[in-house]
Design a protein around this ligand. Structure first.
Ligand SMILES: Nc1ncnc2c1ncn2[C@@H]1O[C@H](COP(=O)(O)OP(=O)(O)OP(=O)(O)O)[C@@H](O)[C@H]1O
Ligand SMILES: [Mg+2]
Length: 278
């Protein structure tokens, strides 16, 4: 430990450096998590393919062979869809915001977590209203979706229901996405702290190797703020939690070019609320 710092300028500089390092650590954590999820998924798909290929070779009757081929085809098609969505992410590595289809991002994220949600007996209910594209960085928003859905899954160790609702508010030009679980909920005294870096109630990684650093929601908050969006939470202990994201709708290109920068007045993060999810 160095000398206590008395120079406010130096303190500011050190704080900025620390914030930058934290942001980098968060990005690495997110990347590591994505890598771990996709590797697990591909490994699982390979196991399915290998096992059904063996089954087909062992049994010469047409029905068994037909079933084996069908299973192999379905598994391989799933792998192709996953690699397609990962390649899409790899293409957009800049921090640029562009018109982005939220339904596509949600579906890609669900595809990655499908097996895990099935394993924990979590049903998924979708209520998607037609919404315009949002002005977003797809990779970053997918990180937010992964974090929120993994948190929801971890809050329902005995199974439950995940509800995804998507709607548009023309008056504010915002697209809303609600991710609601029927999990353990968040005690009111924790609600104001859940977006703090390193705040966690988890004792470490779970059986799937996820969770426990307390960086997930801090990163979500930072990403949504950088999008001039909002994130809010409502939770009832014992009943469940709902996170709602609000993201600015992308303007049609003609309007976009005539708008001053920044595109919208700053709309900060709404304070967490302790209401019951409707
Ligand atoms: N859907 C939810 N239901 C119940 N509690 C939640 C939910 N989402 C977040 N929490 C609470 O907020 C805390 C912080 O969440 P956050 O995602 O930031 O960190 P984490 O999940 O503990 O670790 P990680 O960095 O791996 O995401 C959690 O430890 C949990 O107590
Ligand atoms: Mg988390």
């Amino acid at each position: 430990m160095g000398e206590p710092i008395s120079d406010p300028g130096l303190m500011q500089q050190q704080l900025a450096e620390l914030q930058q390092r934290l942001a980098q650590a968060q990005r690495l954590t997110a990347l590591g998590e994505l890598l771990s999820i996709t590797t697990h998924e591909f490994n699982n798909i390979l196991m399915t393919i290998i096992n059904y290929a063996k089954l087909g070779l062992r049994h010469s009757d047409p029905q068994t062979q037909q079933k084996a081929f069908e299973k192999i085809l379905t598994a391989a098609q799933r792998a192709a869809r996953i690699s397609h969505s990962i390649l899409g992410m790899a293409k957009n590595r800049s921090g640029n915001l562009e018109p982005t289809n939220l339904v596509g991002l949600l579906e890609d994220t669900l595809l990655l977590l499908e097996r895990e949600l099935n394993k924990y007996r979590i049903s998924v209910e979708k209520h998607y209203q037609p919404v315009p594209p949002v002005l977003a960085n797809g990779n970053q928003i997918q990180q937010v979706l992964l974090n929120l859905i993994i948190n929801a899954r971890q809050a329902m160790p005995q199974g439950g229901r995940l509800t995804l609702k998507l709607w548009h508010e023309p008056a504010t030009s915002m697209v809303h996405l609600m991710i609601r679980d029927t999990g353990c909920g968040i005690p009111p005294e924790f609600l104001p702290r859940i977006f703090d870096p390193f705040f966690t109630t988890k004792t470490g990684q779970d059986a799937t190797g996820k969770g426990g650093t307390g960086l997930g929601l801090a990163m979500c908050k930072e990403i949504i703020q950088a999008h001039q969006g909002r994130i809010r939470v409502e939770s009832t202990p014992g009943r469940g939690t709902a996170f709602t994201l609000m993201l600015p709708q992308a303007q049609p290109t003609a309007e976009l070019s005539s708008l001053p920068v920044p595109l919208r007045s700053s709309q900060g993060l709404m304070p967490p609320m302790a209401n019951a999810p409707q």
